[in-house]
Design a protein around this ligand. Structure first.
Ligand SMILES: [Ca+2]
Ligand SMILES: [Ca+2]
Length: 377
């Protein structure tokens, strides 16, 4: 958005790679349901800070309509300028290193407008631009049916470097504009279709700025170096609608799998019985008896496995293992509960592989009943 250069650099573009398995967890959003959230900071002033824009940015030009943020560009004299609009950011309130940043946006596509959904590095306040880095998630100018995804950074020789690609779309319809950013790549998407990719592994090409936190910006300029200075006043006011802004980061998706003990795939030496907590439990578990269950673990990792158990006298030991006996995942003791239908929950942490598999409880020492087991992360 700032000091935009029209020529893309010659950085390598690698498209068409299969998306890797990801579990994005929502870490922040503004749905604009009734109000503009408190994390947005409004910028006030004219000229667009280096772009020769024709508007004066005012908070008053950002409103809510029907669950949308609306940034309105107006033909309006204010502060020595002849147009007003709004520019807002999360600088100083919210920033993220890596993630999926997405917004559902509908644009006016009016001659002279230049809407942007973008990010700047927090370090802009110390090292300045372009050393801070800039990621433009979506930009569009004038009436064009094209949107751009770009990055700007500081080359080793101190000059501004940039890299950009574009895709044709229908900007006056709603689309979801997103980047997915990790330590290796920034990837740009429209409605889930990737159209640009930029490699930042190990700060290659002096891109280390993109290994630091960035904040979000939304704005709509009127005129400027990129769209030019021909404004269709008759088409104003022009509105940029933002249904939501969401930030996701990679994390472990919540897992909670409960298995009724009696729903075994195989067993040796045990029987079911009516359970005081409802349904059935598995009893008559003696030393070296075993029970196998089918389970699908979505991702390899450390899980808490809990067992609902009852034991008149205690002394039992549950060993969790892969069906067949190897590897052993761990073991947990079963305390005395004072009755065969007096239930308690014991648990332990184990590391499980991903995928459809058979897990087994082997009784290293018997003398307990199991109602269910639960696998959570
Ligand atoms: Ca909304
Ligand atoms: Ca049960």
């Amino acid at each position: 958005m700032k000091f935009r250069h029209l020529l893309a650099s010659a950085a390598a573009l690698i498209l068409g790679q299969a998306a890797q398995a990801q579990s994005w967890q929502l870490v922040w959003s503004d749905e604009f349901n009734g109000s503009i959230g408190p994390d947005w900071v409004f910028e006030t002033g004219g000229g667009g800070w280096g772009n020769n824009e024709l508007e004066y940015y005012r908070k008053e030009n950002a409103t809510i309509e029907n669950g949308n943020l609306v940034i309105t560009a107006k033909r309006e004299d204010y502060g020595g300028y002849h147009y007003t609009s709004a520019r807002m950011k999360t600088q100083g309130t919210r920033s993220w290193k890596y993630g999926r940043m997405e917004a559902r946006i509908k644009l006016p596509a009016v001659q002279g407008t230049w809407p942007g959904w973008w990010m700047l590095g927090n370090s802009i306040s110390s090292v300045g631009w372009p050393a801070s880095g800039e990621t433009d998630i979506m930009e569009q100018i004038n009436t064009a049916g094209t949107v751009y995804g770009s990055v700007h950074w500081q080359a080793a020789n101190g000059s501004q470097a940039d890299y950009s690609n574009s895709i044709g779309t229908t900007p006056t319809d709603y689309h979801v504009y997103a980047v997915e950013w990790d330590q290796d790549y920034i990837k740009w998407f429209v409605d889930g279709t990737q159209y640009n990719q930029f490699q930042i592994t190990n700060g290659a090409g002096n891109t280390q700025a993109f290994q630091n936190p960035f904040f979000l910006l939304l704005n709509m300029a009127v005129g400027g170096n990129w769209p030019g200075f021909t404004i269709n006043d008759a088409a104003l006011p022009a509105k940029m609608y933002v249904d939501y802004v969401r930030v996701y980061q990679k994390g472990a998706a919540p897992v909670s799998i409960q298995i009724e003990a009696e729903n075994w795939a195989a067993m040796s030496g045990v029987q079911t019985e009516a359970c005081s907590e409802g349904g059935l439990d598995v009893g008559w578990i003696d030393t070296n008896d075993w029970i196998v269950w089918n389970v699908n673990i979505p991702v390899a990792g450390t899980y808490t496995v809990s067992y609902r158990v009852a034991s008149l006298n205690g002394g039992g030991v549950i060993q969790l293992e892969k069906a067949g006996g190897s590897p052993v995942y761990g073991s947990v003791s079963v305390p005395r509960t004072g009755g065969w239908q007096t239930w308690t929950t014991v648990s332990h942490q184990v590391t499980l592989p991903a995928g459809q598999q058979q897990i087994a409880v082997k009784a290293l020492a018997g003398g307990y009943n199991i109602n269910w087991l639960k696998i959570t992360n």
